[in-house]
Design a binder for this molecule. Structure first.
Ligand SMILES: *Cc1c(COP(=O)(O)O)cnc(C)c1O
Length: 415
């Protein structure tokens, strides 16, 4: 920030904390699979004057006056989203992934209806049926799981479970599943039991946009996604669907559950869709997956166990049970060493979600910094050292120095 920062003049406390957070982001290796670094262009739009405007409703059908430019912005965002993902309709107003999912449920279910999602300890999201979430409180979740031996989905078993349970809606798309999902198989199952097919692509939307992950667009009745994960846009979300479902979706967002849209964030989403249409985004998406594969292979060759045996995406789930360390302790030791990752349950975990036996790693953020296969090998080495010696303070200090060195060579923003 410049010396004449209005924020610094108005609120020194928040200014200082943002400065500290900036340094912290710059100097640490971020392997949180759901995080990324938005471009300066995306942040400029997010921080723009559009935050001042009320625009309840949709373009050309607003409840407030004065929306001629805001309408153009939202229409551009919608057009780009449709083109990027090859869908008939896009709603770019959801404030977050969770609120997009609430709207999806309200569009296709009545309170109390049964739906099916992946069991949370197996990689499903909170909004896919957790008892402490709206999805588990207001609706009736039944779950499917991964197989004990392969730790992969078995589509025949999911089909049998769907025939038994007859859910009105089935969700696919997860937060901690490292393999590619067979969307066509889900379409078949949904057709057989008369269920709505909902696909939550929050984690891998950027991989779809970059052409390195199959698209559910030809199959799904409804697609929800965040915009800030692999897609690398502003913090927010979107819903896509075939044209036939457009009205139900739009009504569920507004007036169903949101008021005024965040037009500054919608402008930033438009910027992110534009960025994702450029040729270098394809290179980026491909590199995310290459990096994840190399990181996974290196960790595995050094004796760490990969859940499902491999990754086909941006994320890696490690089962640390054999290493005698919990996910919680591994996360804490790595954090001290300047490596930021998150603990995660593994399928059939015997520990609580607060402790866990697993660690989830992802490569979207490191790849945005420009890191490639060589750096992944180096980072795998650092991770293994820390996990094998979580109480060695001298080692953690040394690793932190190496992490900072890598960060210096690959700055987040190249001014
Ligand atoms: C991240 C995520 C969400 C929630 O997104 P928020 O913006 O954090 O509310 C929903 N579903 C899946 C699969 C996710 O990975």
């Amino acid at each position: 920030m410049s010396a004449v920062s209005p924020l610094k003049q108005t609120d020194g406390a928040i200014f200082d904390l943002i400065e500290k957070e900036t340094e912290y982001q710059k100097k640490t290796l971020r392997l949180i699979a759901s995080e990324n670094y938005a471009s300066k262009a995306v942040m400029e739009a997010t921080g723009s004057i559009l935050t001042n405007k009320y625009a309840e409703g949709y373009p050309k059908k607003r409840y407030y006056a004065g929306n001629k430019y805001v309408d153009e912005i939202e229409l551009l965002a919608i057009e780009r989203a449709k083109k990027l993902f090859g869908v008939g309709h896009a709603n770019v107003q959801p404030h977050s992934g969770a609120s997009a999912n609430i709207a999806a449920f309200f569009a296709f279910l009545d309170v109390g209806n049964k739906f099916m999602g992946l069991d949370l300890p197996h990689g499903g999201h909170l909004t896919h049926g957790s008892p402490v979430n709206f999805s588990g409180k207001w609706f009736k979740p039944v779950s499917y799981s991964v197989e004990k031996d392969t730790e992969a989905l078995d589509y025949d078993k999911i089909r049998k479970r769907a025939i038994e349970e007859k859910p009105k809606l089935i969700i696919c798309g997860y937060t901690a599943y490292s393999l590619i999902i067979d969307f066509k198989a889900f379409r078949g199952i949904c057709d057989e039991v008369g269920a709505t097919m909902m696909c939550d692509i929050s984690h891998f939307a950027g991989l779809i946009a970059g052409g390195v992950y199959p698209s559910p667009a030809p199959y799904a009745d409804i697609i929800t996604s965040t915009t800030h994960k692999t897609l690398r846009g502003p913090r927010g979300a979107m819903i896509m669907c075939p044209e036939a479902n457009a009205q139900r979706i739009d009504k569920a967002i507004f007036p169903g559950m949101q008021g005024g849209p965040l037009e500054n964030v919608i402008a930033a989403k438009a910027v992110c869709y534009h960025e994702a249409m450029q040729p270098d985004f394809k290179t980026y998406a491909a590199q995310i997956v290459k990096n994840a594969k190399v990181l996974a292979e290196e960790l595995s060759s050094k004796g760490l166990r990969l859940v499902a045996g491999k990754t086909e995406t941006h994320l890696i789930l490690l089962d640390l049970t054999a290493k005698g360390i919990t996910g919680r302790d591994a996360q804490a030791a790595l954090e001290e060493a300047g490596i930021i990752a998150n603990r995660n349950t593994v399928p059939f975990d015997t520990r609580s979600p607060f402790v866990t036996s697993g660690l989830r790693l992802g490569t979207p953020a490191l790849t945005t910094r420009g890191m490639k296969e060589g750096e992944m090998k180096h980072i795998a080495d650092l991770i293994v050292k820390v996990i094998e010696n979580p109480n060695d303070s001298a080692l953690k200090l040394k690793v932190r120095g190496e992490a900072e060195g890598l960060c210096e060579r690959f700055p987040i923003y190249k001014e």
